[in-house]
Design a protein around this ligand. Structure first.
Ligand SMILES: [Fe+2]
Length: 159
């Protein structure tokens, strides 16, 4: 199928556009990674604040899925292809493997916190490179704000 035509206002050179799309796909992989990891934590967590963490992990799942969708659709809207299969995510995510046999709340919270702050740090870098695409930059800023909020909420359990 022919690629979607770009919006009229997209006057960014092709090479730069390709970089923006590649960065969007990189962030897509990390958002899908966060959503599946948070689901893993949601299912397996045990501990004194079970209910709070069980629910907080699921809030993170929902937000990461929403942002994955926004990122993927932004990539396509500016003329790219979204790469969001499990295989793409396995190749694109730079996070350490999420613990798969863990039930204790503390290591799960720490592992999730590491992912949220890791994604926030990646966003911090690409936010500053997207001055030429403020619509994409705006999306990144919104995602970072949410990741930082959830990281703080997880951190509050550890203090
Ligand atoms: Fe559930």
């Amino acid at each position: 199928m022919a690629p979607r035509t770009k919006p009229e206002h997209a006057v960014i050179p092709e090479t730069r556009q390709a970089e923006i799309i590649a960065d969007l796909n990189g962030m897509l992989a990390h958002m899908i990674d966060i959503s599946t990891s948070a689901k893993q934590a949601h299912w397996n967590v045990h501990g004194p604040n079970f209910q709070g963490l069980h629910e907080l992990f699921d809030v993170i799942v929902d937000e990461a899925r929403t942002y994955a969708d926004d990122i993927a659709e932004r990539a396509v809207a500016i003329g790219g292809t979204a790469h969001g299969t499990i295989q793409d995510v396995a190749k694109g995510s730079t996070f350490q493997p999420f613990p798969t046999d863990e039930h204790q709340w503390e290591p799960l919270v720490r592992a999730m916190h590491e992912r949220l702050s890791g994604a926030s740090a990646k966003l911090q870098e690409i936010i500053h490179t997207t001055e030429d695409d403020l619509t994409t930059q705006d999306l990144y800023i919104e995602i970072q704000r949410t990741l930082d909020k959830r990281a703080w909420m997880l951190e509050a359990h550890l203090k």
